[in-house]
Design a binder for this molecule. Sequence first.
Ligand code: ASP
Ligand code: MG
Length: 421
Amino acid sequence: MKIFKFGGASVKSAEGVRNLQSIINTEKDNLVVVISAMGKTTNALEAVTNSFFSQKPDLMRNVQIVKDFHEQIVSELFNDRTLIDTLLDELYKKLHDIVCQKPTKNYDYEYDRIVSFGELISTTIVAAFLNVEPTATKTCKFVDIRTCLKTDENFREGNVNIDLSEKLCHTIFTFEDTNCYLTQGFIAGTLTNQTTTLGREGSDYTAAILANLLNADSLTIWKDVPGVMNADPKRYDEVVIIPRMNYKEAIELSYCGASVIHPKTVKPLQNKKIPLHVRSFIEPEKQGSIINEFQERVQMPPIYINKNNQVLLTLRPRDFSFIAEERLSHIFSILAGYKLKVSLIQMSAISFSLCIDYNKIHFNALISDLKDEYEVLYNTDVELITIRHYTQEIVDKLVGEKVVFVEQRNRNTIRFVVPTN
Ligand code: ASP
Ligand code: MG
């Protein structure tokens, strides 16, 4: 059995949905197909959430944007709209019922119950298309993943209850009456059936968890790039595909900010030695990249990863005390309170620097919390550049005369915090 994951870019149009159909039609094995929200729907639903939470007048207009976008796709996909219209009306009614009430005080809870509609709508459309249109050669059974992928109530970053989810998934994905299931990435449910999400771009993670729980033979992530590249082609010339890499390389890359794989994706696969294929839905005949455990050493080209939108914070205890263990745990507990991800740390006796993702909503509150005990200096608008398998020549060429705020290097990897261009 294989897992296929299709991201938002692959289903952003009617043509994309047809292309997905032709990819899965050629697959002979049993399949679980995991799909994200279409195109930029998650961003559009974040706008709905924000208008709803702050009760802004543009709320209904933002809801309409989401509906109009999907209407365009549906109108190009279906000749007979009876079924799809009934299914979508049900979903839109549920969304309306939510946004017409008063919001609770829990932003993350409201976020999850609204933003999850992106995946619910996309899978509803794709399942209806695969199952009823006359071109269908493979039918896929629709699964609401919230019934079997269970998390705690940590909204927006749900922690999966592995044991329970494993049991439930085995009762649902039995392959007794179908050879293909279709379900949502990114979203999950709590024990009391509240909707949660697994963090932005979390559909890869869903697919990896399902691969692990169901002991899949492989996971394929279908993307708009030909595979894992050694740099972002939009920023660097002479970019190459990396055809093979180890899990360890992949987890390091995703942690450093390579957006091709979500950082949480690798572990569930590595734990069961399930190969991960990254392939292009535009050129599905090509092999793409494979991430697996290789016995032999795999030769790697230099790999460049730019992580944008970072803030460099430097903290000094006001009383001139050392940055010791209690200090660190205090700082990290403040960051965890805001669900901020740390991408680099560096410390000296009385100062501690760290790079975090810039989060406009929480930034001022974070700084004021930290200022209680620390003198705080910060640079917004910085980026973190990582080069794996570097040579000095590469470093000189790339960083050369640039201002560098922080530099860290070991044998394999060099990292710089520099001002954004
Ligand atoms: N739709 C979600 C997002 O855009 C999840 C995903 O695409 O993986 O973040
Ligand atoms: Mg996406």
